[in-house]
Design a protein around this ligand. Structure first.
Ligand code: XMP
Length: 323
């Protein structure tokens, strides 16, 4: 007989038993799954858990602060934040190809994460033998049900560690679906903004800038995205849409007229979609008044943006993201 209370109690007991007096680490992405998994393990083993959050500079407005402040405040978790913005921006400089961007972001992410792991492991204290992951039931099914240990190759410039570190996995959400994970998160006292978060891609805003990723463009897109999210939330539409990517067409310019003069700025694309599982999607029929408010605010408040366009393509043929 399934209740969130039972799930939490069971998992807490199992995790305590599994970990004993050793230590665990967990990567936080800002997403629901890793946040709930971490909160659950924190409840079980407290300061024997350390979380790592890599700030790659590609997050949306307020997201890093949400992890740094709200998540820590709600859970009391021990958190190591790695500010890696410069490193990511350097690696992405001059790159426009979507696949190449994804590869670079993925590679840098692993490097930074492994380095942080190595620093934690090198600390004084009991052995770190466990890696917490926010794997959900659908992920287990999709990947054929395999589990066991994760083979984390230690980074070559970190001395004194074995070649291959074997971690045992802790996956407290393995039997749960997304809505159940949200309920568990709520029960654990996580803030609504974290528990009800819509999906957001790992490579972040890096794949929502069509063209080269620069700090200036990221700042501009962060502003536009924050406005769209604010208005969608104010209109009570968060639960009706699956997600709404906001995309900057950095390589496109069009003529506009703003204030007393002619402008030559960039378009912002709104991509609101409805979906069950992101495999297929339809474009959301948002109320015109909401679209109008978003458009007016973005063109008024965001420098260098003089046009807002709506993506009315379903998936297929379009993907949800533009890159
Ligand atoms: P597409 O664009 O393929 O996106 O229709 C489907 C869903 O997956 C998300 N997405 C990602 N999530 N890493 C992620 O964690 C990624 O590289 C990635 N790319 C796309 C996207 O936001 C949508 O929910």
């Amino acid at each position: 007989n399934w209740t969130t209370g039972n799930v939490i109690e069971e998992q807490v007991a199992a995790i305590r038993e599994q970990v004993g007096d050793r230590r665990a680490i967990c990567g936080l992405s800002g997403g629901v799954d890793s946040a709930v998994a971490a909160a659950l393990v924190q409840k079980a083993i407290g300061s024997q858990l350390t979380c790592v959050y890599v700030d790659h500079g590609l997050m949306r407005k307020g997201e890093t602060e949400q992890v740094e402040k709200d998540f820590v405040a709600a859970t009391g978790v021990q958190l190591k934040v790695v500010d890696a913005e410069d490193r990511f921006l350097k690696a992405l400089a001059g790159v426009s190809d979507p696949e190449e961007k994804r590869k670079i972001i993925g590679r840098e992410f692993i490097r930074v994460f492994e380095q942080a792991q190595a620093e934690i492991i090198a600390d004084e204290g009991p052995a770190v033998e466990f890696l917490v992951q926010g794997t959900l039931y659908p992920d287990v099914v999709e990947s054929g049900g395999g589990t066991g240990t994760a083979n984390i190759k230690s980074h070559h410039n970190v001395g004194g560690l074995p070649e291959d570190l074997e971690f045992q996995l802790i996956e407290p959400l393995r039997k749960l679906f997304k809505d159940e994970v949200r309920m568990v998160g709520q029960e654990l006292g996580l803030p609504e903004e974290i528990v009800q978060r819509q999906p957001f891609p790992g490579p972040g805003l890096g794949i929502r800038i069509v063209g080269e990723v620069t700090k200036e463009r990221l700042d501009l897109l962060r502003e536009a995205d924050a406005i769209a999210r604010e208005e969608l939330t104010a209109a009570g539409l968060d639960r009706d849409i699956w997600q709404c990517p906001v995309v900057l067409l950095a390589d496109v310019r069009s003529v506009g007229v703003q204030g007393d003069g002619r402008t030559y700025g960039h378009p912002i694309v709104l991509r609101p979609v409805s979906s069950e599982d992101a495999m297929t999607a339809d474009w959301s029929r948002l109320p015109y008044e909401v679209l109008a408010r978003i458009s007016t605010r973005i063109t008024n408040e965001v420098k260098d943006v003089n046009r807002v366009v709506l993506d009315v393509t379903s998936k297929p043929p379009g993907t949800i993201e533009w890159e």
